[in-house]
Design a protein around this ligand. Structure first.
Ligand code: AMP
Length: 282
């Protein structure tokens, strides 16, 4: 496995493969790799001739009071996972290489980024959209894989690829969960043992919402109340949002028809968790 740090060398490597007619798969990550990342890497390995994983903790997608400096970093563990999964290149650019002096362009996807995570984390999606666009320009993949875990992010990425005619196939893969159902996340290490035991309530509430729909509930307010009721059983959990949305626009819907995404974000002390479920009307 090659470790490439310079954007120019990364592009040269990809262009060489493209000239040979080979397809390049790409999994962008912030490192601290877990089974969720691994499922994306494995899928990409099956679908493409060559596979690039980027490890870059992107400062521009963190707010001033967020965990940029504390964000878990485990580069040797991450490289070992990449090697084991047959990754060809681990792309590890520096912040200076990605944002040199004089850098000024920002990519925004305003309508999709406006609500939910966009509201809770101002500038987050501008940071994500900009770094993803840059990474696509540097790595020049044919296909890029993202997790459903970050649902709004995946919709932002699809939209920017379409709007900017980037011609990259975006694949979104299901959320990988712990045994009790908690969505895997690099940030789960922040949970105290006590908070960890309660963290599954977010997934439970989404499941209850999905069950209301499966058993005939079509009123979004009823679904929201059912989800909120689950979280309200735990006084130590506060809800940021638990909503029923159109999966393409992420706007809230009033009735469930024909396909919705249940989006949730909660706080357990200092730790914020997000999760979602896509539900189709039977
Ligand atoms: P991150 O390192 O958190 O920026 O995530 C890198 C990619 O892995 C993103 O596309 C995430 O949506 C995806 N990802 C993170 N957690 C999971 C999970 N539990 N299941 C599937 N994909 C995930």
């Amino acid at each position: 496995m090659k470790i490439i740090r310079s954007p120019a060398s990364m592009t040269a490597w990809s262009e060489g493969l493209r000239r040979e007619g080979l397809t390049i798969g790409f999994v962008p990550t912030m490192g601290a790799l877990h089974e969720g990342h691994r499922s994306l890497i494995r899928k990409a390995r099956l679908q493409c001739d060559a596979l690039v994983v980027s490890i870059f903790v992107n400062p521009t997608q963190f707010g001033p009071r967020e965990d940029l400096t504390k964000y878990p970093r485990s580069i040797s563990h991450d490289r070992a996972i990449c090697r084991k999964e047959g990754v060809d290149v681990c792309f590890e650019p520096t912040v200076e290489a990605m944002y040199p002096t004089g850098f000024q362009t920002t990519v925004t996807v305003p309508a999709i980024a406006r609500r939910w995570e966009g509201e809770a984390r101002p500038n987050h999606f501008a940071g994500v959209a900009t770094v993803v666009t840059k990474l696509f320009g540097i790595v020049r993949p044919h296909q890029a894989l993202f997790g459903q875990k970050d649902f709004q992010q995946s919709v932002v990425v699809r939209q920017l690829v379409k709007d900017l005619n980037l011609g990259i196939d975006i694949v979104v893969r299901p959320t990988v969960r712990e045994q009790d159902g908690l969505a895997m996340s690099s940030r789960n290490v922040y949970l105290s043992p006590e908070a960890r035991s309660r963290a599954v309530m977010l997934y439970k509430s989404l499941q209850v919402g999905a069950e209301v729909i499966r058993t005939g509930g079509r009123d979004a307010k009823t679904v929201r109340l059912a989800m909120a009721q689950v979280i309200s059983q735990e006084s130590t959990i506060t809800t940021d949002y638990l909503v029923v949305c159109d999966p393409r626009t992420l706007e809230p819907v009033s009735s469930v028809n024909p396909r919705v995404v249940l989006l949730g974000a909660v706080r357990l002390g200092p730790v914020r968790l997000i999760d979602n479920l896509l539900v189709s009307v039977p």
